[in-house]
Design a binder for this molecule. Structure first.
Ligand SMILES: Cc1cc2nc3c(=O)[nH]c(=O)nc-3n(C[C@H](O)[C@H](O)[C@H](O)COP(=O)(O)OP(=O)(O)OC[C@H]3O[C@@H](n4cnc5c(N)ncnc54)[C@H](O)[C@@H]3O)c2cc1C
Length: 334
C-alpha cells in the first residue's frame, strides 16, 4: 500500500489525511499533541466578508462550497452536523463603514448574502451607533470534533517511517523554526478568545464590531447564555499564554455591543500560522523532493483548508500544478 507521513495534526494535517485516505493511502502521523494549538482554540468561523472595509473574502463562494461539501461529508461519518449555518450582524464602528457598505451593495457584491440593513439605534439589546447590517453565508465548523474523528483513521508513530513515500509538514507556526522551511514568509499572529456567560443576551446570531460574540454550541446544540468572544490579533507577541491585556480588550469591545453582564468562564490563546499576503502556503520542497508543506492558514483555516488540501493532494499525487498564488516555491531564493 502507498504510504504518506504527516507531521502535525491540526486542521491542516487532518484535512490532508482525509484526502490521502480517500486515495487509498496508508497515513501515519506524528503530532506534538499540543492542547493549545491554533486548531484547538479556533472558533471555526467562516465569513464571506472580511475587515472593516467589508471586502468580499478571497474566493469566498468557491472555497465555501468546497468546505461545505468536505465538512458535510465528515458530518455523515461522525453522525452529527459539525457545520452550522448562521446569520451575522455587523455593527459599524465608524460612520465611514456605512459608505463602504452602500458602495459595495450598489455594485452587487453582497447580492448572494441575503443582506438586511440595520439603522442606527438599539436593536434586540445591541447598540448600533452608526448602523450596520445582517447577512447570511456565515458558518461555524466544530474543528475539534473533526480532528478527533480523523485521529481514529490514522496511525500515530514517534518518528518518520522509512517506507513513507511523501512526508508532509503541517506543523503550524512552528515551521518557521524548522531548517527545511525557515525560508517561508510565515509571520505568527497570536489570538486570544474568551468563553463567557451572558445570561440575559437572547440572540441566535453572531454579532461583530470587529470583535465577535458567538453563541456556543456543544455537540451541535445551542447552550443558553453561553458565548465566545474573540479574537485578538497580535503580530509581535509569540508567547501562547493568555494575557490580561487581551482579556480587557475583548471585554471592552464586547461591552460596546451589549450592556448585559458578562462573566468570564475561560480564556485561551494560541499562535496562528499567518502570512502578510494572507494565502495558504503549500507545495513541494524545491531540493528535498520527498517533503511537502501545508501551512499559512492564518485566520481562515476553516474556509481555506479544505480547498488547499485538495490542491496539495492533486499536485503531490497527480502532478497537477498548484494555484500560483499558494505555491510555496514562489518564495524560494535557492
Ligand atoms: C483565538 C483564535 C481564533 C481563531 N478563530 C478562527 C475562526 O473562527 N475561523 C478560522 O478559520 N480560523 C480561526 N483561527 C485560525 C485557525 O486556528 C488556523 O487557521 C488553523 O487552526 C491552523 O491550523 P494548522 O493545522 O495549520 O496549525 P495548528 O493548529 O497550529 O496545528 C499544528 C500542529 O502541529 C503540531 N506540531 C508542531 N510542530 C510539530 C513537530 N515538530 N512534530 C510534531 N507535531 C508538531 C502541533 O502540536 C499542532 O498539533 C483562529 C485562531 C485563533 C488563535
Amino acid at each position: 500500500m502507498k504510504h504518506a507521513h504527516i507531521v502535525g495534526f491540526g486542521i491542516a494535517g487532518a484535512l490532508l489525511a482525509r484526502e490521502l485516505l480517500l486515495e487509498g493511502y496508508q497515513v501515519t502521523v506524528q503530532d506534538a499533541a499540543d492542547d493549545h494549538s491554533s486548531s484547538r482554540v479556533a472558533a471555526g468561523m467562516i465569513t464571506p466578508i472580511t475587515g472593516k472595509r467589508l471586502k468580499p473574502t478571497w474566493r469566498g463562494p468557491e472555497l465555501a462550497a468546497i468546505a461545505r461539501q468536505v465538512y458535510n461529508d465528515v458530518s455523515r461519518q461522525v453522525g452529527r452536523d459539525i457545520w452550522h449555518d448562521w446569520m451575522l450582524r455587523r455593527i459599524f464602528r465608524e460612520p465611514q463603514m456605512q459608505l463602504w457598505f452602500q458602495e459595495r451593495t450598489s455594485r452587487g457584491e453582497f447580492d448572494h448574502l441575503d443582506v438586511r440593513s440595520i439603522q442606527p439605534g438599539m436593536h434586540d439589546g445591541t447598540t448600533y451607533p452608526n448602523g450596520g447590517f445582517e447577512h447570511a453565508g456565515v458558518a461555524t465548523v466544530d474543528l475539534a470534533a473533526f480532528i478527533e474523528h480523523m485521529k481514529s483513521h490514522v496511525e500515530f508513530t514517534s518518528s518518520i517511517p522509512a517506507d513513507a513515500k511523501h512526508i508532509i509538514w503541517c506543523t503550524g507556526y512552528r515551521a518557521l523554526h524548522h531548517e527545511l522551511w525557515n525560508w517561508l514568509p510565515i509571520e505568527p499572529s497570536k489570538g486570544e478568545i474568551l468563553d463567557v456567560e451572558i445570561k440575559d443576551l437572547d440572540i441566535d446570531v453572531i454579532l461583530t464590531n470587529g470583535t465577535w460574540i458567538l453563541p456556543v454550541l456543544e455537540s451541535g446544540v445551542r447552550v443558553n447564555g453561553r458565548f465566545r468572544i474573540g479574537a485578538t490579533n497580535d503580530w509581535d507577541d509569540h508567547d501562547p499564554s493568555p494575557t490580561a491585556k487581551g482579556r480587557e480588550y475583548l471585554l471592552e469591545q464586547a461591552r460596546l455591543m451589549t450592556s448585559k453582564e458578562i462573566t468570564v468562564l475561560g480564556h485561551r490563546a494560541a499562535i496562528r500560522p499567518s502570512t502578510q499576503f494572507k494565502r495558504p502556503l503549500v507545495g513541494r520542497h524545491p531540493e528535498h523532493l520527498q517533503h511537502y508543506i501545508f501551512n499559512g492558514l492564518g485566520t481562515k483555516g476553516a474556509l481555506q483548508g479544505p480547498w488547499a488540501a485538495q490542491q496539495l493532494l492533486a499536485h503531490m499525487l497527480h502532478g497537477v500544478p498548484l494555484d500560483p498564488e499558494i505555491d510555496c516555491v514562489r518564495w524560494w531564493k535557492g
